[in-house]
Ligand binder design. Structure first.
Ligand code: PMV
Length: 312
């Protein structure tokens, strides 16, 4: 039996634009998914979670259940690579709300890649990440890889499609995450942004450049604990996200409430629903949570997870 866990993530800057080559900043947070894998004798891939149980026959056609495609892909790949004669039972336990911009599917792919691969071998983190991203792309072919990289390594990272770097701090940032309770589809929001880009190519290039500049500036501000400056960059980034059409009235209202007491707020992830993230400190944490709750929004505080993928 092999167990692995991976944290969720928030996107501090750069979602959507990162798919088109811009820089981004992500932060792993202390909500987790755990994946347990057991070899079994039957030629089946069994996938169990709190909400469903599925048994896929290894010798039948793959890809019948779309939302299981990444896990099925990685299980089949390793079963075949290691000539495993039986099957696998994969159990997922998650406290990451799904489909709301906190990277639940990437975290699940990272934890599953860690857990399933350890049944057979000891892959490096790089190799596990490669498997997680390859699996994620079976469902969402445009995935930038940003979410999986943050979930794998933990901490705060600056990410572009060509690489990433850790942003080190000597303090532990605090966030408030509020959930609009509107589920979103990452791939349809990414398609919507692609339409905007095709209709407005020059504007889009200039927005990507501006986001990369915000990231460049914020990286130093994050290291220097200059929360005012980081918060202002988040507010500016939110304006760009609204401009490309991935925010909505509810998210806008939530952000207005959160901005009264926090340093800055924006959507996190694909938008069109999902969550917002606010940067706070100990002095404004309770007021921000209180104001959001008084306005009827579900919210929680989050801290950085520095561990990333954990296998045991
Ligand atoms: O909403 P999420 O957690 O799936 O975040 C998606 C982030 C995007 O930038 C919109 C897509 C990507 O692959 O980077």
């Amino acid at each position: 039996m092999s167990t692995a866990s991976s944290p969720a993530k928030v996107m501090l800057l750069g979602e959507h634009f990162v798919v088109h080559g811009a820089k981004s900043v992500l932060c792993a947070i202390d909500k987790k998914v755990h994946v347990i894998t057991k070899p079994i004798e039957n030629r089946q891939i069994r996938i169990n979670s709190d909400v469903s149980q599925h048994a896929l026959d290894i010798d039948s056609t793959p890809g019948r259940i779309l939302e299981l495609a990444p896990l099925e892909f990685m299980a089949r790949k390793l079963i075949s690579e290691f000539n495993h004669v039986g099957g696998l039972e994969i159990t997922i336990q998650s406290d990451i709300p799904p489909g709301v911009g906190l990277g639940s599917s990437s975290a699940c792919c990272v934890a599953a890649a860690g857990s399933v691969s350890r049944v057979f071998t000891n892959y490096t983190r790089e190799k596990i990440l490669e498997l997680a991203i390859e699996s994620e792309r079976t469902m969402f072919k445009d995935a930038s890889g940003a979410d999986s990289t943050a979930c794998m390594y933990g901490g705060i990272i600056e990410y572009t499609k060509t690489g990433f770097e850790e942003i080190r701090t000597d303090y532990n940032p605090i966030f408030v995450v509020a959930n609009s309770m509107q589920a979103h589809s990452t791939s349809s929001m990414v398609s919507r942004v692609r339409e905007f880009q095709e209709k407005n190519p020059e504007t889009f290039v200039s927005l990507c450049d501006k986001v990369s500049e915000l990231v460049e500036h914020s990286r130093h501000a994050i290291m220097a604990n200059d929360l005012v400056s980081v918060g202002n960059s988040m507010k500016k980034n939110q304006e760009y996200l609204e401009y490309i059409g991935v925010s909505n009235d509810k998210l806008h209202s939530m952000i207005n409430v959160a901005n009264k007491t926090s340093y800055g707020s924006k959507i996190t992830g694909a938008g069109g629903g999902g969550c917002i993230v606010s940067l706070v400190d100990n002095d404004c944490l309770d007021a921000t949570l209180g104001n959001l709750r008084d306005a009827g929004y579900d919210c929680f505080s989050a801290r950085v997870d520095f561990a990333g993928l954990d296998t045991f």
